[in-house]
Design a protein around this ligand. Structure first.
Ligand SMILES: CC(C)(COP(=O)(O)OP(=O)(O)OC[C@H]1O[C@@H](n2cnc3c(N)ncnc32)[C@H](O)[C@@H]1OP(=O)(O)O)[C@@H](O)C(=O)NCCC(=O)NCCS
Length: 163
């Protein structure tokens, strides 16, 4: 189904939606990997309102963080977050509501982040993805990331940009 999608920087108003998207996506993505208690603890710790607000403000001030949301009818349904260094970036998070996956929205979020990275002269982006997250791995490979090495339960993937 075609639907209008908007991608823009997240604001303080979006905090509760980000938490809801993260919780739904984690339960779906990691259902065979982590138990419910682990997921709940992870969400309350890593997606605390305080931490999210801090990252949103940094992204708005262009202070080393890119934090974008994808909106359908003004409602956030996914987000991407990256940490930006001098020449290198790390993709920290990319999550969509499960019912919005496989419709090209992840690619749109990544492309928008890549436009911003290009302006900043980023030449390399890395990310960590769980070795059992086959959808994530497949998505990243299709979007130009290569597996560089294994770090514990994660694959470390990298994409180089030549402008
Ligand atoms: C990973 C994710 C952000 C990709 O965004 P997306 O909008 O779903 O992906 P796109 O539609 O842009 O790209 C499609 C490709 O992604 C992968 N993919 C996305 N959803 C999938 C699904 N439900 N089943 C299987 N593969 C899927 C496939 O490689 C697919 O290629 P194909 O159409 O040739 O099979 C999204 O699926 C998601 O939120 N997944 C759960 C969270 C997650 O794993 N995030 C990464 C953590 S590091």
């Amino acid at each position: 189904m075609k639907m209008p999608k908007t991608i823009k920087k997240l604001t303080a108003e979006d905090v509760e939606s980000i938490i809801e998207i993260a919780r739904d996506s984690w339960k779906w993505t990691y259902k065979d990997i982590y138990n419910k208690e682990f997921i709940e603890n992870w969400i309350s710790e890593k997606y605390s309102r305080e931490k999210l607000l801090n990252d949103i403000i940094r992204s708005q001030k262009d202070d080393g963080i890119i934090f974008l949301g994808s909106f359908v009818k003004s409602i956030p349904i996914g987000f991407i977050e990256l940490k930006i260094g001098d020449y290198r970036a790390e993709l920290l998070r990319l999550y969509l509501k499960p019912e919005y996956t496989h419709r090209g929205i992840g690619e749109l979020l990544l492309l928008e982040a890549e436009k911003i990275m290009k302006k900043k002269g980023i030449v390399e982006c890395i990310l960590y993805v769980h070795k059992k997250n086959s959808i994530g791995i497949s998505f990243y490979k299709k979007n130009g990331f290569e597996v560089k090495h294994i770090d514990g339960d994660d694959l470390v993937m990298e994409k180089e940009y030549k402008y």
